[in-house]
Write a protein that binds this ligand. Structure first.
Ligand code: UT7
Length: 333
């Protein structure tokens, strides 16, 4: 039997607290009009102080397990993509293994920011195809609100990001006729690493962390928004077209493109480049902001629950972000 990977079930979780653009207007010099015009975002969810990224991932995982008809004992391996782990190390994979009460299964963390879910899917797909595991739990989750500077100094990034988690249960399947992951394309260019990053703490610093670094803001998110935007609008469509060409698929054959939710204007540029109608390019940034590694699995889970994606549909997942990294996966759901 040819070993292939299928998505058995998806789940997502966002914390209940909604923070609107008007709420942010109370904290900094910004406006609902500026945020909506530049990004499309209307509101995002921020986790409560006692919630961790692993807590949100565990909720998303439980929904995915239900959707797949798995019990926790079915999970043989965890792949956890996040840039906002609970600890600097170890990663969230082991924390989730413990929190879900799983056996001593392997757990691997992916540090690829916005492309983390796609990179994670490719890694899990490879492990399943190789025969290493039959069932893998893949997570994309972020708790970013504590790192945001909710002041006028931090407004260029603070208004963009939100918290949330998505999960996918991936299992082995045979035959190319049914649901399966077709393939992936992944790229990076570290020349642009400092255009979107948190520089400190980091082992390149002497000292590793100091009070000055906290005071001068360099332990917060830095983003050169225009530079990111410029690259995103070309790399997103390019990597989608690459993965489609690998498998002889044309954009019109896709039921849905699920892009990483970075900015409504980027999504719109991708849609126009691929000449697709609005209904075929998923967008939920209005409600969640940018949830980094969480955005694709949250969107995918929502789309399946809403019936926008049905079994047998061709779906393309694509992302661009910090690194820079950019990547796309093609699958038959
Ligand atoms: O998932 C990671 C990938 N990230 C992305 O893909 C983000 C890509 N970039 C973007 O989405 C856009 O560049 C932004 C939404 C971040 C910014 O939009 P922009 O049109 O590039 O605006 P800008 O950064 O050039 O700023 C324009 C003005 C500036 O004022 P001046 O210099 O023109 O007087 C900013 O200071 O808007 C000001 N500004 C704000 N004003 C109100 C920056 N942030 C805010 C704010 N509220 N929150």
């Amino acid at each position: 039997m040819t070993r292939l990977t299928r998505i058995a079930g998806l789940g997502h979780y966002v914390p209940p607290r909604v923070v609107t653009n008007h709420d942010l207007e109370q904290l900094m010099d910004t406006s609902d009009a500026w945020i909506q015009e530049r990004s499309g975002i209307q509101e995002r969810h921020f986790a409560a102080d006692d919630t961790t990224c692993t807590d949100m991932a565990a909720e998303a995982a439980r929904h995915a397990l239900d959707a797949a008809g798995w019990t926790p004992d079915d999970v043989q391996f965890i792949v956890f993509a996040t840039l906002s782990p609970d600890l600097f190390f170890p990663g969230n994979g082991v924390l989730l293994q413990h929190q879900l009460g799983l056996g001593e299964v392997g757990a691997m963390d992916i540090r690829n920011q916005c492309t983390g879910f796609v990179y994670g899917l490719s890694a899990a797909d490879g492990l399943i195809r190789m025969g290493t595991y039959d069932r893998i739990l893949l997570i994309g989750a972020e708790l970013q609100s504590p790192a945001l500077r909710l002041t006028t100094e931090g407004r260029d990034t603070a208004v963009l990001f939100g918290d949330g988690a998505g999960a996918a249960c991936l299992e082995v399947t045979g035959g190319r006729d049914g649901s399966h992951v077709l393939g992936h394309r992944m790229h990076s260019n570290g020349k642009y690493a400092l255009e979107l990053c948190i520089r400190r703490p980091g082992a390149a610093n002497r000292p590793w962390i100091s009070k000055e670094m906290i005071d001068d803001g360099s332990s917060g998110i830095y983003m050169n928004g225009r530079e990111v935007f410029k690259h995103a609008v070309t790399k997103f469509p390019a990597v989608i077209l690459e993965v489609l060409a690998d498998h002889g698929v044309t954009p019109d054959q896709l039921a849905l493109v699920i892009p990483h939710q970075a900015n409504m204007r980027i999504t719109e540029a991708v849609r126009k480049r691929l000449d697709l109608p609005e209904a075929k390019v998923y967008s939920n940034i209005q409600r969640y902001g940018n949830t980094t590694a969480g955005s694709i699995p949250i969107a995918f889970s929502e789309a399946v629950r809403a019936g926008t994606v049905k079994r047998g549909d061709l779906v393309c997942l694509a992302s661009f972000g910090s690194g820079f990294t950019w990547a796309a996966s093609l699958l038959r759901y």
